[in-house]
Design a protein around this ligand. Structure first.
Ligand code: SF4
Length: 358
């Protein structure tokens, strides 16, 4: 990676950013809290999708104290739809530490930030540079893509050693007077011009003159990616069960594995032992019922794909204390419980059938 190439981009990139930067809710008042929450939300989600979540979250939990003290149910409800709930758990763990150790003030040193749960090099760099004006790089997938095209990096960028080298090179050129703007300019270029899917918009790029991939006509050769790991496919049966009062059964998932500790409609992975639906319902303590098959669906996690079959079960006889369900009304379910996106289609179909039955 050539330092002179990198040095040449700084001015043009900053000018472009000052001209083109999108107006985003977290950029309006870039406090450490706002930068932190937005960066965690943005880790797996597009900017447009994050905007309403961010605004709702900040309105309801405007500071570290509120975040530290909120109940897990409310926190998850605010996070519902963003997925990867561990991010929300870590936000709260970190908020509690900030309350205890730093009297509610987010620490303004990179080392203290990176020691907090859920804050890695990227987020620590983003908070340090954007909120505190400290010259630390913030290298995410967008930045790696831009840099790999710019310099023609032939190695796999996501490898720790390569990423570290790129980060070190950026550290050398990051302007001391505008570190936050510089980091955001690189991120913004990667998100809106040097885009991940399809051809980058090189005709709009402020660093085209220096770009190796553009001049070599090899823009799609970079970044070099690691071979994809195969996803495991699982068949899952999900049961939208109602009792004779029209209350719906939900339960907490195990504390380990996919969606751990979150609320779900009772479900079973059915690729281990062959069981019939009736045997499963029996295990749930449902002795008599009417079953309607729901539309099939699928949900993709990072390493697993669920092929989902859903069943609407009107339970007529339920053995007491035979399961770990709680029964909630439709209103309670929607108002108070975060239903993971994987179960959203089952929820919609279940509610529709419930309404028809009324
Ligand atoms: Fe990306 Fe094209 Fe700009 Fe190069 S010229 S950094 S490939 S948008």
């Amino acid at each position: 990676m050539s330092r002179s190439t990198l040095e040449k981009i700084v001015d043009n990139l900053l000018k472009w950013y000052h001209r083109e930067a999108r107006i985003l809710p977290w950029r309006e008042y870039p406090t450490a809290y706002h930068v932190w929450i937005s960066e965690i939300m943005l880790q797996q989600t597009r900017v447009e999708a994050v905007k309403p979540y961010f605004e709702r979250f900040i309105t309801q939990l405007p500071d570290v104290k509120e975040l530290a003290e909120v109940s897990e149910e409310t926190l998850f409800k605010l996070w519902e739809g963003l997925g990867y709930y561990n991010r929300a758990r870590n936000l709260q763990k970190a908020a509690k530490i900030i309350m205890e150790k730093y009297h509610g003030k987010i620490p303004n040193s990179y080392e203290e930030l990176i020691a907090l749960p859920g804050i890695g090099e990227y987020t620590a760099g983003a908070i340090s540079s954007i909120a505190f004006g400290l010259p630390y790089p913030a290298v995410d997938g967008n930045v790696l893509r831009v840099l790999s095209r710019l310099t023609g990096e032939e190695r796999i960028c996501s490898q720790t050693k390569v990423k570290r080298e790129i980060t070190e090179e950026i550290q050398k050129i990051i302007p001391k007077n505008q570190p936050g703007e510089f980091n955001q300019a690189l991120m913004e270029l990667g998100a809106s011009v040097c885009i991940p899917n399809g051809l980058p918009l090189c005709h709009r790029c402020p660093i085209q003159k220096e770009c190796f991939a553009f001049h070599e006509d090899r823009v799609l050769d970079f970044p070099v990616k690691a071979p994809k790991k195969r996803r495991v496919t699982q068949q899952i049966w999900v049961f939208f069960i109602i009792n004779n009062k029209g209350y719906i059964a939900i339960r907490k998932r195990n504390q380990k594995g996919v969606l751990h500790g979150l609320w779900e409609f009772p479900s079973v992975i059915c690729d281990e032992k062959e069981m019939s639906i009736f045997q499963i319902l029996n295990k749930f303590g449902i002795l008599k019922s009417e079953i309607t098959t729901l539309e099939k669906g699928k949900h993709i996690f990072t390493h697993i794909q669920w092929n989902i079959e859903g069943f609407f079960v009107e339970a007529a006889e339920i053995k007491e204390n035979s399961n770990d369900f709680i029964w909630v009304s439709q209103d309670e379910l929607i108002k108070n419980y975060a239903v993971p996106t994987a179960f959203k289609k089952i929820l919609e179909q279940g509610i529709e059938l419930l309404k028809k039955n009324e």
